[in-house]
Design a protein around this ligand. Structure first.
Ligand SMILES: Cc1cc2nc3c(=O)[nH]c(=O)nc-3n(C[C@H](O)[C@H](O)[C@H](O)COP(=O)(O)OP(=O)(O)OC[C@H]3O[C@@H](n4cnc5c(N)ncnc54)[C@H](O)[C@@H]3O)c2cc1C
Length: 405
């Protein structure tokens, strides 16, 4: 994956920071209260070319490498967690079909075919401002990678016929396309994870339906309702990756599943930013006066700053190591990073409330939203906190193929 120059990476982070401070942060409370999608934020992202952040430069995008994406996304997450989380869903569809797929082995004909297909997706994003969602979860073992997806794709004349149900489809109702993972139905063959197909479903196609209530604890502006697919026809050419390639990517490029952590890295930073501003008496709407003179507050800020630095250090190391076929230590570190970021983001929000005190958790201030949003990080499949623990433990103790008697 080619890296951007440090100057370009810094300029993109600065852009995200400006949009975050001036636009996303002031709107965040309203979207959260309404549990509505941040359309205005997406108009800003679109206007500044950021919907094409992870589209390769050769295809007209900004060509962000993995590390640049993560740093930009963390900066967005610092100002609006739900915008960063949904931006991840869109950007991953671009990155996985883009620079990540470029790393994967493919025959010449297949690569040409893939390049033609992805160019169509990219043109929609760059010319029409299309948004792509990433609904993989089904409420079963599939999104954790332990079983084939229950959503199926049957090859028919001119395309595919899809059936299934996806839960927690972030951007539901806002996305123009849903990048769905499903299992290819092959006559005489049991469903197999190796036959996973990654394909874009037009939100307006007959048979696509969004159902269910959306009134969750946190990440409310992601609007992650249920997506039903009933005999949906998807024309040939809508594949985001060639048949069978997603499964190979999952094994060869494991950091592809760490891309949810930047959102929560940003939230962790925001919790510390808030605490410092609050104790200095600089938060608009907070009770007047400084609270920084009390030693217990200073100690708590130190504890938070240290935890934040530890989290950033691991995060920076892991995002710099992302590549095809990372060694075992890097792979386990990626899992440890996801676990650490998700758990520490929530813990830093907890400490922030304890340190700032009662008034800090009033609904009129952003900290209680950060706290609620941060709680969602550890639930994200396929690398939920529990799965990270399970894999780090097992893979530390067993080499591939090893079994106990
Ligand atoms: C705000 C929000 C937005 C989301 N957006 C999306 C989205 O855009 N796309 C998408 O695909 N999903 C999305 N998800 C879904 C998310 O990735 C998980 O799939 C979902 O939270 C799991 O919920 P569940 O009720 O199915 O829990 P379960 O799957 O039952 O999981 C409960 C817990 O059990 C653990 N667990 C599950 N399977 C295993 C296992 N095999 N081994 C060990 N532990 C396991 C997990 O750690 C999990 O925390 C979103 C979730 C939230 C909260």
């Amino acid at each position: 994956m080619p890296a951007l120059s440090p100057e370009r990476t810094d300029a993109l982070i600065a852009l995200a920071s400006r949009l975050g401070r001036e636009k996303f942060a002031p709107r965040a409370a309203r979207y959260d209260r309404e549990a509505s999608f941040p359309f205005e934020n997406y108009a800003d992202l679109r206007e500044h070319g950021l919907l094409g952040l992870c589209i390769p430069e050769s295809c007209g995008g900004l060509g962000a490498d993995y590390r640049t994406y993560c740093l930009v996304a963390a900066e967005i997450g610092r100002h609006c967690g739900a915008t960063a989380l949904t931006f991840n869903m869109h950007s991953c569809a671009m990155m996985w079909s883009g620079t990540l797929a470029d790393d994967l082995p493919m025959g010449e004909t297949l690569r040409r075919e893939h390049e033609l297909r992805r160019a169509r997706h990219y043109r929609r994003v760059l010319d029409e401002g299309a948004l792509y969602a990433q609904p993989f979860s089904e409420g079963n073992l599939a999104a954790s990678g332990k079983a084939p997806f229950g959503t199926t794709a049957r090859k028919v004349e001119g395309g595919w016929r899809l059936n299934g149900r996806k839960v927690f489809a972030s951007l539901s109702g806002a996305a123009h396309y849903y990048g769905v993972l499903c299992t290819e139905e092959i006559a005489g063959k049991e469903p197999d994870v190796r036959d996973t197909l990654y394909i874009a479903v037009d939100a307006a196609a007959p048979g696509v339906e969004i159902t269910g209530e959306w009134d969750p604890l946190g990440m409310r502006a992601t609007v992650s309702r249920t997506l039903l697919l009933k005999d949906v026809f998807v024309p040939d050419g809508e594949e985001l990756m060639p048949r069978g390639l997603y499964h190979k990517a999952a094994g060869a490029w494991p950091h592809m599943f760490m891309t949810l952590s930047p959102t929560y890295m940003g939230i962790a930073q925001a919790a510390v930013d808030f605490t410092i501003a609050y104790l200095r008496g600089e938060v608009a709407g907070a009770p007047p006066g400084k609270k920084r003179m009390q030693v217990p507050k200073q100690m708590a800020v130190a504890e938070m700053a240290i935890k934040l630095e530890q989290t950033w250090a691991l995060f920076h190391r892991a995002i710099a190591e992302a590549r095809i076929h990372p060694d075992k230590a890097s792979r386990l570190r990626a899992l440890a990073t996801q676990y650490t970021v998700m758990e520490n983001a929530n813990d830093l929000c907890r400490l922030a409330i304890r340190t700032c005190g009662g008034h800090s958790m009033l609904k009129s201030l952003p900290l209680e939203r950060l706290y609620r949003d941060s709680r969602c990080g550890a639930l994200m499949l396929p690398w939920s906190a529990e799965i990270c623990l399970e894999r780090i433990g097992r893979e530390s103790l067993y080499e591939p193929g090893e079994r106990d008697e």
